[in-house]
Design a protein around this ligand. Structure first.
Ligand code: ADP
Ligand code: MG
Length: 722
């Protein structure tokens, strides 16, 4: 009998790998207490009541909550969880959680795993250490977390610890929103109500619910962890505050969509595996424009879920990076003169029948509805460009917006040629039909017919219509997308109501009425429409002529939150009371001040403890060499180049020292000002410019000092070695 040939090591490995391979569809969402699990684990009646509570906004009785909690606990224990946590989104912009063990003493020396409906529904984290903008006096430090039934509970594994996380809203004792979720949920309600109202007027009676969908494209950088830990600016603030650009940047355009390196590919695979288990529909991954920059985009989801999932994506990107000895930088501008990172937030409205209300549709009636929603959105942006701008205003994003790679601080809307043409015709009184897609005839019969997006993908626009959704591109990469979405929902709700009123006031044929209203509106909102290149100086001038706001810095932009217009609008739609919105404005201002001050301290440390000592050491070496040469061969032998370098170094060290001192003095002066707005403006106008001057000196010095003596990793190392 012939003996079987033994398999080779390579073949064996292949088989082992193959055995390990499980199709994603088999484990997708396995770490979430999702609909499928609920259906399976909950008594029929309980499941029905819970679904009613979720879908029809009904309150859940405590007996039902007890049953849900029990099932959730059993499920979590099977997954290895020892603790549960109310997971919430305080105003820090990141998520927070307080863990409680399931075990509870029963008698002496014995415990039992317990989890009640009350524990599921409500939590009481000490709220005094979260930013509240003065809403919650310290003597009343209680805050409440309330279960958000519309976002599934999930399992979070961290090292060997496993926790059941319950998405919650975070509110004060008196019911004020202390988080980013509560206003979003309220804005969902507002836009639903206004959209249903106008749909009814348009004769569309089959719709029960309208909701916003969000698809955030997340950009990020990856660098080797060893470099990361050698830079306190990256560790503490997420951005390299000094450092000269590398000899090679992105000019060869070889990074964008380039083939992904093995190490990065493995990392992305691990990230996606984690996300799939948590039911996050990660879909697209690719290299971005800058070296070591990447993007991940999920399939869009209902706004609340998309926001939670984006927080999970950001957490996962960071935690998985550590396992690969990489550091994930979510900062908007980690490396000066290299493209920064943003988050393109794709936004649309859909109805409960799955129809996208921003889809041009096939019938003339669909078209009218589409035009109403389109123009309502454009009007909303036109009327509230300042608020929208403020919703993306952060210290970090200021480094990016308007830096010739990201949209400028001027908000405008891109509609593309086809739609612009249609609107122009309406204005002239001519009806033309908007179609979903134009066909591009490639003239080559072996290639399939390609349908053309009716947007030509103007990448420079901050707010672009891309076929059946708007893409808000000014959002920062590290920021929560919750508030930008909240603002969008709210301002669109207001515009829908405005159009509804106008249409209602007309008599006669509804189509004719709509047409007349839109015609007038188009003339009014035209200044916000811009299809050209947003990066140019000409546009800035033109925008000024059109009266569009151009708030370049955060302190100025944030003022938009406390105008009468904004305060009244958010209150009218019950999204944020005046007190709540004012407190948010203060929180954002304070955050700006703190972020800037952290960088100032960091810059001081880097200059005093690293840069100057390194430069002085090199200066000493040079001076010694010059002296020794002089002693041996006479002064004529000393190279003028050496003298020149030495002189330059001494000058730069002096300049660094004095500019740094000057910065600290200016910060001190700003700290003497008690009005937060003025303080932020002072820091922004006086300190930021000096920080840039200081940086230029440090970067020039970097080019003079011996490579081996430079005290921190350089850009070329961080961006090209991985
Ligand atoms: P690109 O980089 O070409 O703009 P991506 O595929 O990276 O496109 O991202 C597009 C994002 O928009 C995805 O998250 C996608 O799911 C989302 N999206 C698509 N349609 C809609 C829609 N109707 N509403 C909201 N988001 C959408
Ligand atoms: Mg993309």
């Amino acid at each position: 009998m012939k003996k079987a040939k033994p398999i080779t090591a390579a073949e064996r490995n292949y088989i082992i790998e193959k055995e390990k391979f499980v199709p994603v569809s088999e484990y997708y969402g396995e770490d979430t207490f999702n609909n499928k699990v609920m259906k399976e684990k909950l008594p029929k009646d309980t499941y029905k009541k819970l679904m009613e509570a979720i879908n029809e906004d009904k309150t859940l009785d405590i007996a039902t909550a007890d049953l849900v909690a029990h099932a959730m606990k059993e499920w979590a224990l099977e997954k290895g969880a020892t603790h549960f946590a109310h997971w919430f989104q305080p105003m820090t912009g990141i998520t927070a959680e307080k863990h409680d063990a399931f075990v509870d003493p029963v008698g002496i020396g014995e415990v039992m795993e317990k989890f009640s409906g009350k524990q599921l529904v409500q939590g009481e984290p000490d709220a005094s250490s979260f930013p509240s903008g003065g809403i919650r006096a310290t003597f009343e430090a209680r805050g409440y977390t309330a279960w958000d039934m519309s976002s599934p509970a999930f399992i979070r594994r961290n090292g060997i610890s496993t926790t059941l996380c319950i998405p919650t809203a975070f509110i004060s004792f008196t019911g004020e929103a202390l988080d980013k979720k509560t206003p979003l949920l309220r804005s969902n309600k507002a836009v639903n109500k206004s959209a249903l109202n106008i749909l009814k007027i348009l004769g569309n009676k089959n719709v029960k619910k309208v909701y916003a969908n969000l698809g955030p494209e997340q950009e990020y950088f990856l660098i080797d962890m060893d470099y990361f830990f050698k830079r306190q600016d990256l560790v503490l603030g997420g951005r390299a505050i000094v450092g000269a650009p590398p000899a090679k940047g992105q000019e060869l355009e070889d990074q964008y969509f380039g083939s992904i390196k093995e190490r990065i590919s493995s990392y992305m695979h691990d990230v996606e595996e984690e996300l799939f288990k948590l039911g996050v529909p990660a879909k697209t991954r690719h290299n971005e424009v800058a070296p070591s920059q990447f993007e991940i985009a999920p399939v869009y989801e209902e706004a609340n879920l998309a926001v939670d999932h984006n927080q999970i994506v950001m957490d996962t990107l960071k935690s998985v990076a550590k396992k690969h000895n990489l550091a994930c930088l979510l900062h908007e501008k980690p490396f000066a003169k290299i493209n920064g990172s943003g988050k393109h937030v794709n936004w649309s409205l859909a109805d409960n029948n799955g129809n996208n209300l921003l889809n041009p549709g096939k019938t003339p009636h669909d078209n009218i509805q589409f035009l109403v929603f389109l123009i309502a959105t454009v009007r909303a942006v036109y009327k509230n460009a300042d608020i929208l701008r403020a919703s993306v205003a952060t210290y970090a994003n200021d480094h990016r917006l308007g830096a010739n790679e990201a949209p400028p601080a001027i908000i405008s809307v891109f509609l593309g040629d086809q739609l612009s043409g249609i609107l122009a015709n309406i204005e002239k009184g001519i009806v033309t039909k908007a179609t979903n897609a134009e066909i591009i005839d490639l003239g080559i019969s072996s290639l399939p017919i390609v349908s053309k997006d009716n947007s030509d993908r103007n990448r420079t626009s901050p707010f672009a219509f891309t076929g059946n959704k708007f893409e808000f591109r000014a959002v920062g990469s590290s920021q929560s997308i919750s508030f930008p979405a909240t603002v969008l929902n709210t301002i669109v709700a207001e515009s829908l109501d405005y159009l509804a009123e106008k249409i209602k006031s007309k008599t006669g044929n509804i189509n004719q009425s709509v047409f007349e209203v839109l015609k007038k509106e188009i003339t009014e909102i035209k200044p916000i429409l811009f299809n050209g290149d947003n990066y140019t100086k000409e546009w800035e001038n033109e925008a000024e002529k059109r009266g569009l706001p151009n708030d370049k810095t955060t302190p100025v932009a944030l003022k938009a939150f406390v105008t009468d217009k904004a305060l009244n609008l958010f209150e009218k739609y019950s999204v944020l009371s005046k007190v709540e919105l004012k407190s948010r404005y203060l929180i954002y201002l304070e955050k700006y001040i703190k972020d800037l001050e952290i960088e100032v301290k960091c810059l001081n440390n880097i200059c005093m403890n690293q840069v100057i000592p390194a430069a002085v050491a090199y200066q000493k070496l040079l001076a010694k060499t010059i002296n020794e040469t002089k002693n041996a061969l006479g002064s004529s032998a000393v190279l003028s180049s050496e003298l020149e370098i030495l002189k330059k170094m001494v000058d730069l060290i002096n300049k660094i020292y004095s500019t740094n001192k000057d910065i600290l003095t200016k910060v001190d002066a700003a700290n003497g000002v008690h009005d937060e707005q003025r303080k932020a403006e002072m820091l922004c106008s006086k300190v930021k410019t000096s920080m840039n001057e200081l940086r230029d000196c440090v970067d020039e010095l970097e080019g003079l000092v011996d490579e081996d003596m430079w005290p921190m990793p350089k850009f070329w190392e961080m961006l090209f070695i991985s």
